[in-house]
Design a protein. Sequence first.
Length: 163
Amino acid sequence: MRALQLLNEWLVKFGSWGTILFLTVIALVIPYEVIGRYVFQKMNIWTGEVSTYSLVWVSMLGGAVGLRKGYMISMTSVLESVPPATARALKLASCVCSLVFFGVMFGYGLFQTVYNWNQTSPAVGLVMSFPYAALPIGFFMMFFITLEQFLGALGLGATGDER
């Protein structure tokens, strides 16, 4: 369990820095595009692609970091209104459903990443595997974060709650 916690700490650190990086790209590119369009009457074609691909990465990495920090939506009122044993069973069932979903989406994202290896984006000429790689990487992170929560809820780790 400690190895899983260390892995997740590293993944969250990677996800946090990646989120900061891609948010910075968005924060620089969007104003550049707006100023270019309305002030200089010249629009660069690459800005739309760069901001869109950055948004995909921010969504996946930020989603994983948010999952680890407990920022995701939950039905706390339901868990608080049922007996503790039922609440634990519901939490375990939720974790199992999430693990299955994240595992399937990891596989699908990996397939899309490999499948689009030879395709390039029209404006930048970027290999499309780069934007698609956000899917398997993000879902990989979410899978292992949820696995830690699941094992914690089973009583196999130090904590069963979100951080």
